[in-house]
Design a protein around this ligand. Sequence first.
Ligand SMILES: Cc1cc2nc3c(=O)[nH]c(=O)nc-3n(C[C@H](O)[C@H](O)[C@H](O)COP(=O)(O)OP(=O)(O)OC[C@H]3O[C@@H](n4cnc5c(N)ncnc54)[C@H](O)[C@@H]3O)c2cc1C
Length: 369
Amino acid sequence: MADKIDIAIIGAGVIGLAVAAEIGRDDKDIFILEKNSSFGEETSSRNSEVIHAGIYYPKDTLKAVTCVEGNKLLYEICEKNNIFCQKIGKLIIATCNSEIEKLEELLQYGKENEAFGLSIISEKEIRKIEPKIKAKAALYSPSTGIIDTHELMKYFLQKAGSKGVEILYETEVVGIKKVSLGYEVRIIESGEETTFISERVINCAGLNSDLVAQMLGIDIENCGYTLKYCKGTYFQVYKPHSIKHLIYPVPSKISLGIHVVLDKTSRIRLGPDAEYIEKKINYDVDLSKKTLFYDSVKKFLPFIGEDDLSPDMAGIRPKLQGPKEDFRDFIIRDEKDKGYSGFINLIGIESPGLTASPAIAKYVQKLIE
Ligand SMILES: Cc1cc2nc3c(=O)[nH]c(=O)nc-3n(C[C@H](O)[C@H](O)[C@H](O)COP(=O)(O)OP(=O)(O)OC[C@H]3O[C@@H](n4cnc5c(N)ncnc54)[C@H](O)[C@@H]3O)c2cc1C
């Protein structure tokens, strides 16, 4: 790498890769710096792989806007580039009358966000499309689907490469300093520490994105940038089944609730739950949660027994919202008002980050224009 480059993108998860694919230009020196030995080894490969419709988020927030736009863009990208995705639709189900009121609320949120084709369907209609599910009513979202995230990331990486973006693996950013020509970035590359200058920096460091902002000197505590880790565990179900849609309970304040996730092999996974943990990566699956998972789904999946569940995997949400706190939006901004022009932070990119990825990339492109 030259001593001076145009743009450094920190992190090769789905967000860093989508950004690279969008902003790449042959006449610019753009590098992605990734501490692991391959792309997408963290949150981007530990999620539900659901293309969300944009139902849950307050109107005009970045989460709402980029989710709805990302939903459309992802289906287009997948169709054009032969990436696996399926618009299988989703049911958010109510199992008692008080939950039906919650469905009406969600329908309003979704409509305000212009999420496509939402409707509330009756018990009878649910029985027609999902005979094995027990529910009193459901919010039906036809534009929710599933995607192969790895194929998507591979596509973004190839597109970025075709525009001249280079990726450096085993390259960890350990320091950043504002200098007259941009930012001095200190990296450890295969054990060796070096520095280079980048005119601009885009921080897509996922679970570390608050710490990367702190390296620059931003007071993350005062700015509300400090991330909390919220773990989500999955169990899989070994049982033949006829479920065709994603089945969700009504959401809680911090998560969408333990739901039925289907992948391209039609395997059922249950999850993720939401558990705030200390700020350390720990993907172990706590086997003692099996009964809790079973108890959460047995009222709407009566054909499943506790013995059908076995541990699957876990992911960690990089959350700005702490336990019992109110909604927090994605942070995506050029930090010029803090004296760091050309330094773009993306912090708190939890769900629906995967869905929103191509729209977030377009948003970042506008910030650097
Ligand atoms: C349990 C769970 C379920 C989810 N389900 C969905 C879903 O169904 N649909 C949806 O739309 N979204 C979902 N999400 C959210 C989605 O997975 C994330 O929004 C998205 O993957 C975030 O991507 P990212 O690139 O920001 O982060 P990451 O994938 O974590 O990538 C960040 C990268 O930065 C690198 N990095 C960090 N620090 C440094 C450093 N100092 N130097 C160099 N590299 C560094 C890391 O190694 C990593 O590769 C879910 C998330 C979780 C946890």
